[in-house]
Design a protein around this ligand. Structure first.
Ligand code: ADP
Length: 334
């Protein structure tokens, strides 16, 4: 997710890349998606055909980019990476598509943010492996058809519901990634700690995992922050106390909520009396885009039982008031 990479250091990105699992067996959790995907890939290998187009949906940091790399590796195919926001004109997409080689995997992150004309070009490319290149303008414009080699599109989106139906329908397989359990995040962390040669005990792993917001990217990031803390404090073995002391410094609370999560809840409780309030009004109150609140903060808050969606808007649950240390007004009881 490009949304969430903002502000990370180059060194961080190098480390993030190094920690990516390289094959399906090393990919922790998501058992169902993994199984289904492995079937799709196996079948296309037997049929000696390019794999069907794959749509991956789910909140940022759950492994969509990683899975696209794994798909390419499993298919022994090169991988091209681009994203919806980078494709503003149909011509941008035409340039990418016309340079694909046979069997290549094209990963389009945030595919729901592509421009309309590019999207329409993509329909034809996905279905018929063909695009019409428009040459000239106005009445003199002509469409020159261009054959494309068969390729596999892997689209990623933070919410499949944001995609227009015709685009969604052109994917042969859709996998929805769920938040990871604490146990699964511990596995991710163990693997990362080994690769970074860190000595971390079980209690510390579980402390970091439970604060990672169900998200492997966050787990790895917190592990690096704990590593920094241990380094500065000349601590060789990381235990739970060290982990929690380190994490307290980084504004992740005991439930894994980050600053955006907390400000959404806080606004909901203090500015709107706990709701119900419309999503866009709530987004304005925290100074964020509606889409960010909806796809980044909200899914985790809902999963944690802190925020509820009702037909009349978003509401804070009793657990949310409790978590913020605020008193729930009597009339807000639903
Ligand atoms: P997304 O594309 O969904 O935003 P990424 O694929 O970039 O997420 O994953 C972010 C980081 O989290 C990667 O660097 C990778 O190391 C780690 N990661 C994600 N999913 C897993 C997983 N299932 N097992 C191990 N590590 C994972």
């Amino acid at each position: 997710g490009i949304l969430t990479n903002a502000g990370s250091e180059p060194e961080e990105r190098v480390l993030e890349a190094a920690l990516r699992p390289k094959n399906l067996d090393d990919f922790v959790g998501q058992a169902r998606v993994r199984q289904q995907l492995s079937l799709v890939l196996e079948a296309s290998k037997i049929r000696e055909r390019t794999a069907d187009h794959v749509l991956l949906s789910g909140p940022p940091g759950l492994g969509k980019t990683t899975l696209s790399m794994i798909i390419a590796a499993e298919m022994n195919a090169p991988l091209r990476i681009s994203s919806g926001p980078a494709i503003q004109h149909a011509g941008d997409l035409a340039a990418i598509l016309s340079s694909l080689t046979e069997g290549e995997v094209l990963f389009l992150d945030e595919i729901h943010r592509m421009s309309r004309p590019a999207e329409e070009m993509l329909y034809m490319a996905m279905e018929d492996f063909r695009v019409d290149i428009i040459v000239g303008k106005g009445a003199g414009a002509t469409a020159i058809p261009l054959e494309l080699p068969p390729f596999t599109l892997v689209g990623a989106t933070t919410r499949a519901g944001l995609l227009p139906g015709p685009l969604r329908d052109r994917f042969g397989f859709t996998g929805h990634l769920e938040f990871y359990s604490t146990e699964e995040l511990e596995l991710v962390l163990r693997r990362s700690a080994m690769m970074l040669s860190l000595k971390v005990n079980s209690a510390a792993f579980s402390e970091i995992a439970s604060r990672s917001r169900g998200t492997p990217r966050i787990a790895n990031r917190l592990l690096r922050r704990v590593r920094d803390w241990a380094l500065v404090n000349r601590l060789e073995n990381i235990d739970a106390r060290a982990a929690s002391a380190a994490l307290d410094m980084y504004e992740v609370d005991a439930r894994g909520l980050d600053r955006l999560d907390r400000s959404v809840l806080h606004a909901l409780c203090t500015k709107f009396g706990g709701g119900p309030v419309g999503l866009s009004t709530l987004a304005i109150a925290v100074g964020e885009e509606t889409e960010t609140v909806e796809t980044v903060a909200e899914p985790y808050l809902v999963r944690e039982g802190l925020l509820g969606r009702t037909p009349r808007g978003r509401i804070a649950t009793a657990a949310a008031w409790d978590h913020l240390g605020l008193r729930m007004p009597a009339e807000a009881v639903f």
